[in-house]
Design a binder for this molecule. Structure first.
Ligand SMILES: [Zn+2]
Ligand SMILES: [Zn+2]
Length: 204
C-alpha cells in the first residue's frame, strides 16, 4: 500500500525562503482573503488575491544567522538574526533553540531561512516579513500549527499520515525536512488529530 509509505524531503524543501519564490500564503489584513508574500527583484511583496491590496518592503532581514553545534545538548542549530543592528556584529551569543544553552557563534550571511519553528513570528503563526497571519493556520492544544503554502500543507499531511517514513532518496546523512517539525507534531498520539485539522485547512 504505497500511500502508507512516504519518503521525506531534503532539509529546507519547505522553508520561508523556498515559499517566497512561489508565494507564502498569508491572510490579507484588509479583507481577510488569501494573499501571497513573494521575494521579487530584491523586494518582499504582498499581494492579496481577493481585494488586490498590496504592500512592499525592502528587507535584508532574515538573511543572517548564527549557526552552531551546541556544546550542551550536541544538536546542530541555525538561529536567524532579524535585528539589523545585531546583524552587524561578527559574533553573537545566542541561546540554543533546543536546550537554551547560550554560546557565541559567528554571524553568517545566508540566502536561506529555514525551519518550521525557528522564527519568533512563525511561532506566533505569522509571516516573518509583514507579520500577517498565515493562511493555513490552525492549532493543537493551544499551540499554532501552520503550513507556508499548499505544497507544504500536502507534505505535512502526507508525512504525518504515513505509517512508514523514509529518508529522502539521495539522503547522505544530516537533517531532513521532518527534523524541522516540532515535537508536538511528531508525537504519535497527536498525529491523527493533527491530520484532520490540516485536512480541514486544505478545503480553504
Ligand atoms: Zn484583501
Ligand atoms: Zn543545546
Amino acid at each position: 500500500m504505497p500511500e502508507h509509505r512516504i519518503k521525506d524531503q531534503p532539509y529546507g524543501t519547505y522553508s520561508v525562503y523556498s515559499a517566497l519564490k512561489t508565494g507564502l500564503c498569508v491572510t490579507c489584513p484588509r479583507c481577510g482573503g488569501m494573499g501571497l508574500v513573494r521575494l521579487q527583484e530584491g523586494r518582499y511583496r504582498f499581494q492579496c488575491t481577493r481585494c488586490g491590496y498590496g504592500q512592499q518592503k525592502k528587507l535584508s532581514g532574515f538573511r543572517c544567522r548564527v549557526q552552531n553545534l551546541c556544546q550542551s545538548c550536541g544538536r546542530f542549530y541555525n538561529v536567524p538574526i532579524y535585528d539589523q543592528r545585531r546583524q552587524t556584529f561578527p559574533v553573537l551569543r545566542v541561546p540554543c533553540p533546543y536546550c537554551g544553552f547560550e554560546m557565541p557563534g559567528r554571524v553568517e550571511q545566508t540566502g536561506q531561512a529555514v525551519w518550521y519553528g525557528g522564527d519568533g513570528a512563525l511561532r506566533r503563526g505569522q509571516d516573518p516579513i509583514f507579520g500577517y497571519d498565515l493562511w493555513f493556520l490552525t492549532s493543537l492544544d493551544g499551540k499554532p500549527v501552520w503550513a507556508l503554502n499548499r505544497e507544504h500543507l500536502a507534505y505535512l499531511i502526507g508525512y504525518l499520515s504515513a505509517r512508514l517514513r523514509e529518508k529522502p532518496s539521495d539522503w547522505t546523512g544530516g537533517r531532513t525536512q521532518a527534523d524541522d517539525l516540532p515535537t508536538l507534531m511528531k508525537r504519535a498520539k497527536n498525529r491523527e488529530r493533527l491530520v484532520k485539522k490540516l485536512q480541514k485547512l486544505q478545503q480553504k
